[in-house]
Design a protein around this ligand. Structure first.
Ligand code: PBG
Length: 332
């Protein structure tokens, strides 16, 4: 509405747009396509059968075999990108499994890439919380604080071993300072300049990661507020985090949680010439799913509504635990 029309309401034209299904489609600007959805998959070392995660109804811990079956199902409906999270048999204080060429992530990445080749894009999580007893994203120093630089060195090593296993992209999610730079340098020096970095650039310290911590069996001591983004900061602070990642060599910037931070997705999309991804995280999924299971809302409708708003905000692709459900619905 322009200001002239506002000052003289008599001259406001009534809307002449009919709302038939065909006209509604004609006017649509936001579309959800299964190719732009990324399915997160949890893989647990030594797991006999896929196991439901109680706080995430409909989501399972997998072994490599059941993950591959899930990937086949996803490919059938046009999802070919997978974010992998590993749960090692044994957690320790150094994160040994995370850099082991035969670690849970490395072996599932190589098995999946051997089987599906470039028909799939495999994006392992590059973080240590799944591997450490205390559940922080990095190793601790003698004062029991997360040691940024020691952690970054391990991330760099982990990145190389994941690239060697066949990862198409690595996704650093630990929010350590300088992590993207160190990872990019290590990848390049070790012949993996074609392995991309999907950086969790703006990752808020959120309560919406609760169910994820069940899924990866992390029993966190304390919180992550010393290294994750503070929800009460200005949006400029989020832009600054993203700017650093871009300068350090990130190929794609990610924002999470998604539906709580649509403003940030939108601001990043306007400010950067890199693709912006968003993660509809475990708590967002479980809020929708459990509410729908109780009969209060419709699961599919709510998923569509939230995904549309995330894409409309400017995301190019979305990680969501509802990816397969929505892709099946789109293909039905
Ligand atoms: C860290 C990581 C987390 C998520 C993705 N990567 C957890 C955290 O930071 O506590 C959360 C994803 C979700 O909640 O679905 N490895």
């Amino acid at each position: 509405m322009n200001s002239k029309a506002e000052s003289n309401l008599d001259s406001v034209r009534p809307r002449r747009l009919r709302r038939t299904p065909a006209i509604r489609s004609l006017l649509s600007k936001t579309y959800i396509h299964s190719n732009n959805l990324i399915l997160p998959i949890f893989i647990k070392e030594g797991l006999k059968n896929k196991t439901p995660i109680p706080s995430m109804p409909g989501v399972f811990q997998h072994n490599t075999k059941s993950a591959e079956k899930l990937i086949e199902d996803a490919l059938e409906v046009g999802i070919f990108s997978f974010a992998l999270f590993g749960i090692p048999d044994k957690k320790d204080l150094e994160g040994k499994n995370a850099i082991d060429p035969n670690g849970v992530l490395q072996s599932s990445v190589s098995s999946i890439k051997d089987k599906f080749q470039d028909a799939v894009t495999v994006i392992p999580d590059l973080c240590l919380d799944e591997f450490l007893i205390h559940g922080h994203c990095g190793v601790l120093n003698s004062k029991n604080q997360v040691d940024n630089d020691a952690t970054v060195a391990i991330y760099a090593e982990m990145a190389v071993s994941l690239a060697e296993a066949g990862a198409d992209m690595v996704a650093p999610s630990g929010m350590m300072d300088g992590q993207v730079k160190a990872i990019r340098q290590a990848l390049d020096e070790n012949g993996h300049s074609d392995c991309s970095i999907l950086s969790y650039s703006v990752k808020f310290a959120s309560s919406a990661y609760g169910p994820f911590r069940d899924a990866v069996e992390v029993n966190l001591t304390g919180d992550r507020k010393t290294y994750q983004q503070d929800i009460q900061r200005s949006y400029q602070d989020a832009l600054w985090e993203a700017q650093l990642d871009e300068a350090e060599g990130a190929d794609i910037l990610m924002v999470k949680p998604a539906i709580f931070n649509l403003d940030i997705i939108n601001k990043l999309e306007a400010a950067f010439n890199l693709p912006i991804f968003a993660y509809q995280v475990s708590g967002e999924y479980s809020m929708i799913k459990t509410c729908a299971d109780a009969g209060y809302i419709n699961y599919t409708d709510t998923m569509y509504e939230t995904l549309n708003s995330i894409f409309r905000a400017g995301a190019t692709a979305v990680l969501t635990y509802g990816a397969l459900d929505i892709a099946r619905h789109l293909n039905a």
